[in-house]
Write a protein that binds this ligand. Structure first.
Ligand code: HEM
Length: 489
């Protein structure tokens, strides 16, 4: 790829990456391309006008904000604007099917997520041929060529857009795309909160020369950390910051790690209750906050270690303004356990600070997931047992799956020695950490520091409350590459 690049054109980047498609509902249509590849590519050309680019996603968000403001000013009930967005991304299987032979320069992407599942710590066992088979649903065990992301204000809008997308690819008896499975995400009634009840999607990196007004505490990363071929798209494992040698079709595209993650919510809540000790100040709420690194409101425990501060939790000027660099933060877990989910997945000063001095810019991801499944029923709450599937369709964009998403899961969340501390091993990330060293790929997990007044005590984490049941790695190309390389006019 040439080194003299034009400045980034947001209209050429798919809208979910840097801005996020506005969504109350989002469908992920996983598909296989039919044998007539040329016909598929022609149909793909017709889809391009429906793809929402970054400029359009920004406009849609501005429209929603103006509409909300007008409703408040007029004292009216706010009704969602009818809006829909479409993006598309392809797996390595999809690229191969399309005849695109370029090496995208990312081992995890090239191998696919099923091959990577053991690495990620997913439960499973060797199959008849000795290859590891994860405990995933069947849909994700076969080849998936791509995914269409369809978002909107309600199920009706999204279903209608999905029908339009399918009608472009499949006309009459002429089928060019087969649906493998459609996952349906929907925001919870407690908006912005995932199923364990915590506000999510707060901490995202700002992208240089695009997000020009970062919030306090929000770190700015070079464009290449998220977009291939841009400044900062370097091999994080090379000391010399060697730029990746990407093919031309990678420019301004981004890798997308998608995971179908079930959450055992009643079991998680029961555990918090059973492991708390309110008489000694360790309430279930405080314990939950210390496992996540934030109170349910979103307020970070590093800043608010003793009590929640809901106003700060929703205030973007306060809710990301911390670095685990209060005096003694590096050595003690008075404020935040070393193994807390947010600290494991973005250790901030633990690595970047003067004690260790390792930059983490290339480990950053932009998260765009959405919950799926119903609310916990009274029956589930009483029995403490999950009866209905629910969880998170986890979606993360990055300039390298190997260096960021895979690294975070494998080398940070699953590694008991991380973040590195002199006298203690922090343990597993209690939310997503996986110990594959046990029968059927599930081993015991524990962490230290959950109890602020007994920080060396080990807390056993008896259940993996987040259960992966599928996923794939995709590449979300720029609009021009989609038009000129992937599609056929
Ligand atoms: C069902 C599974 C998961 C749940 C319930 C969950 C929940 C949360 C919550 C509540 C936050 C705090 C809100 C925020 O800072 O935005 C968060 C942050 C984060 N999560 Fe997860 N998460 C899940 C899976 C994952 C996975 C699989 C990864 C990556 C391997 C991941 C990476 C991150 C990162 C990077 C942050 C931001 C940390 C920071 O910058 O402070 N999460 N997650």
């Amino acid at each position: 790829m040439t080194s003299t690049l034009l400045p980034l054109d947001p209209a050429n980047v798919q809208g979910d990456i840097l801005v996020g498609l506005p969504k109350k509902v989002q469908h992920y249509l996983f598909f296989q391309i039919d044998d007539d590849v040329a016909a598929f590519r022609k149909r793909l050309h017709l889809l391009i006008p429906f793809i929402t680019n970054t400029t359009q996603a920004q406009d849609d968000r501005a429209k929603i904000a103006a509409h909300k403001k007008a409703a408040v000013e007029q004292g009216k009930n706010y009704e969602f604007l009818q809006l829909s967005g479409v993006n598309i991304a392809f797996s390595q299987f999809g690229l191969t099917k399309l005849g695109i032979t370029d090496d995208m320069g990312d081992t995890a992407f090239t191998d696919g997520q099923q091959k990577d599942s053991k690495n990620l710590g997913d439960a499973g066992a060797p199959g008849a041929d000795g290859e590891f088979v994860p405990n995933w649903i069947d849909a994700f065990k076969g080849q998936i060529h791509g995914v269409v992301l369809i978002s909107g204000n309600c199920d009706l809008t999204v279903t209608a857009t999905q029908a339009t997308v399918l009608s472009i690819f499949n006309v009459g008896a002429r089928i060019t795309l087969h649906e493998v499975i459609t996952l349906k995400g929907v925001v919870r009634p407690e908006r912005g909160h995932e199923h364990f009840g915590f506000r999510d999607g707060i901490s995202q990196p700002a992208v240089k020369d695009f997000d020009t007004k970062p919030n306090p505490g929000q770190e700015t990363v070079r464009q290449g950390v998220i977009l291939c071929g841009r400044e900062g798209d370097v091999d994080a494992n090379e000391e010399s910051e060697k730029p990746f040698n990407r093919p031309a079709c990678a420019l301004d595209g981004s890798f997308l790690a998608l995971r179908y993650l079930f959450q055992l919510v009643p079991e998680f809540n029961n555990f918090l209750k059973a492991s708390s000790d309110p008489t000694k100040g360790l309430t279930a709420d405080l314990l939950g906050a210390r496992l996540v690194g934030r109170w349910k409101s979103g307020a970070p425990v590093d800043v608010f270690p003793l009590a929640d501060n809901p106003a700060a939790g929703e205030d973007v000027l306060q809710n990301n303004n911390f670095r685990y660099d209060f005096p003694n933060d590096f050595e003690t877990q008075d404020r935040c356990p070393f193994a807390a989910h947010t600290r494991k997945t973005n250790p901030r000063n633990d690595l970047e600070g003067p004690k260790i001095g390792v930059p983490t810019e290339n480990r950053r991801i932009i998260r765009r997931g959405i919950p799926f499944g119903p609310e916990v029923t009274p029956e589930e709450a009483t029995s403490g047992k999950t009866l209905h599937g629910r969880g998170l369709i986890f979606a993360a964009y990055c300039g390298s799956i190997t260096n960021s998403f895979q690294f975070i899961q494998k080398s940070w969340a699953n590694k008991v020695e991380f973040p590195p501390k002199e006298h203690v091993n922090p343990g597993f990330d209690p939310i997503i950490g996986q110990n594959k060293d046990g029968p059927n790929g599930v081993g015991p997990r524990s962490m230290v520091g959950a109890n602020p007044s007994d920080q060396s005590a080990t807390l056993s984490l008896p259940v993996e409350w987040v259960v992966p049941k599928g996923g794939e790695y995709f590449f979300s190309p720029s609009i021009s590459v989609l038009r000129d390389t992937f599609a056929l006019a």
